[in-house]
Design a protein around this ligand. Structure first.
Ligand code: NAI
Ligand code: MG
Length: 510
């Protein structure tokens, strides 16, 4: 057995000396009071073994290259190196683009039903390998196994299944128009949902007959590389998908390559703006899915128990590393104190710690720079006069952690009310009337998502029509489905992913 084989088990150890050590909030004595004697959770470490190579090459033209100059990807929960991956140079990117270009004529000429078969095969293989991919995702990125196993991986497979179904129905997708593939697509994805973002980008592109060069994020490249093995198993023709690992420079080389017909980018608004400027006037197609600062609006007639769960899911899901996170809670003034009381109780029950433990609610922050960004913004909130609420308890010494937190006394001008924190930190503001809620909700340069909690359907419709956000959840939050389009307004970007709308960026209509 290789040492890496049982890495999943080993990483569990340091954070889990015993059942109580990894519950952040409540000291053991108190916790018994809350949970009842004997009801404390025992550790439940994930044991699915995953074989991780020491070094990875690039996936070009259907095969892995010899590793070039490499960089490390860490497990953010342990700060230990998991593997080394190749930093693709501009020359490597060029090879990838050329491979994609060579593969394009045959792939795009294939009958849709045949392309669909490949996509169905990929979807099924992902299901077969779901557990190990979930473990790998959790180890490389820090998200809880609960989420990677029950949310990310099922959605990854669902996206391939969904777009597999479109592959032979493209002639009916756009009545009166004939869709043609765009060509070679450069796809750059972030670290918060590594495999899911790969699926969002690959599945529609391939269904529509395009070929792809995909660049995963530098802190989470491993699941994309293991997906490449699945593509090999599915016997996807060489060059249809190429995967180049690396950081911003590799991404920039892809954006700048003249042989790319379309760029799809998910990531920060800063980089998105730079890409838009680079591509202006080149004729390349572009879609951008950028940041957000979503309003989650709770009226006094909302079912409060459900709303509190929705607030928790809205901001603490995936450590708050979610572009559509409900990071600005707008609560009707007369229920503010009640909501704050309930939130304070609720966050005291959230378990922070080993992401590979099935009981963990909040995993590791993805990287040290991201942790520093969260700390800096939280410090600004305190300096500007907002009150920080955090559960008591200590965080693990090793790894990158941030306690589930919320701020009261936030005003619209505070940085924590305006800037994307991308961490488990909620800013609470109040409103009195629906008009004020709407005005406050739309008072942001972003426009990706919003939530509305009320018992009154008419209020939901009225607000949803006027909220400037691409996705609006009513009496729920952070629900995703491959049939439902997702994307932003304003500085949250443009273009949609998911659903029929998600095909549009990958076709030209004649
Ligand atoms: P980033 O935008 O730098 O990274 C996203 C992807 O873009 C990565 O694959 C990265 O390698 C690539 N990239 C970086 N510079 C590039 C360039 N010049 N040309 C082409 N590709 C490039 O985001 P970062 O620095 O990791 O996170 C910073 C902040 O961005 C976060 O704190 C969060 O607020 C936001 N963010 C939003 C995401 C979203 O889902 N909308 C995802 C990730 C970050
Ligand atoms: Mg990593």
């Amino acid at each position: 057995m290789t040492t890496k084989k049982l890495a999943a088990r080993k990483t569990a150890a340091p954070l889990h000396p015993n059942a109580t050590a990894h519950a952040l909030a409540v000291p053991p004595s108190e916790r018994r009071l809350r949970l009842g004697e004997g009801l404390a959770y025992a550790p439940a470490p994930e044991t699915t073994p995953v074989k991780i190579d020491a070094t990875y090459g690039l996936f070009l033209d259907g095969a892995f290259t010899k590793p070039g100059k490499t960089f490390a990807t860490l497990n953010p929960a342990t700060e230990r190196e998991l593997a080394r991956v190749t930093a693709a140079t501009a020359k490597d990117v060029d090879r990838a683009v050329q491979a994609a270009r060579r593969a394009l004529p045959a792939w795009s000429a294939l009958p849709g039903a045949e392309r669909g078969k490949y996509l169905f095969r990929i979807a099924r293989l992902i299901q077969e390998h779901a557990r190990e991919l979930a473990v790998l995702e959790t180890m490389d990125g820090g998200k809880t196994i609960k989420e990677s196993r029950d949310i990310d991986l099922p959605l990854v497979a669902a996206h391939f299944f969904y777009y597999a179904g479109w592959a032979d129905k493209l002639p009916y997708a756009f009545p009166g128009r004939t869709p043609h593939p765009v060509g070679v697509c450069g796809q750059i994805i972030p670290w918060n949902f590594p495999l899911l973002m790969a699926a969002w980008k690959l599945a529609p592109a391939l269904a529509a007959g395009n070929t792809v060069v995909l660049k995963p994020a530098e802190t989470t490249p491993l699941t994309a590389l293991h997906l490449a093995r699945i593509l090999q198993q599915a016997e996807l023709p060489p060059g249809v998908v190429n995967i180049v690992t690396g950081a911003g420079e590799t991404g920039a080389a892809l954006v700048n390559h003249s042989g790319v017909d379309k760029i799809a980018f998910t990531g920060s608004t800063d980089v998105g703006k730079r890409i838009a400027a680079t591509l202006a006037g080149t004729g390349k197609k572009l879609t951008l899915e950028l940041g957000g600062k979503a309003a989650n609006i709770v009226f006094d007639d909302a079912p409060l128990d459900q709303a509190v769960e929705g607030i928790i899911a809205g901001i603490y899901f995936n450590q708050g590393h979610v572009c559509c996170a409900g990071s600005r809670l707008l609560v009707q003034e007369n229920i503010h104190d009640e909501i704050v009381r309930r939130l304070r109780d609720r966050i005291a029950t959230l378990r922070v710690g080993d992401p590979l433990d099935k009981n963990t609610d909040i995993g590791a922050i993805n990287s040290r720079p991201q942790l520093e960004k969260i700390r800096e913004l939280v410090a600004s909130g305190q300096a500007e006069g907002a009150q920080l609420h955090q559960p008591a308890g200590r965080l693990p010494q090793t790894g990158y952690w941030f306690a589930p937190s919320f701020f009261t006394g936030v005003t619209a001008s505070h940085r924590i009310a305006r800037e994307e924190i991308f961490g488990p930190v909620l800013s609470i503001l109040t409103f009195r009337t629906p008009e004020e809620a709407l005005e406050r909700a739309n008072h942001t340069p972003y426009g990706l998502s919003a939530g509305v909690w009320t018992d009154k359907g008419s209020k939901i419709f009225k607000l949803a029509a006027k909220l400037r956000a691409g996705v609006i959840w009513a009496n729920t939050y952070n629900k995703f489905d491959p049939t439902s389009p997702f994307g932003g307004y304003k500085e949250s970007g443009f273009g949609r992913e998911g659903g029929l709308h998600g095909l549009l960026p990958y076709v030209t209509l004649r």
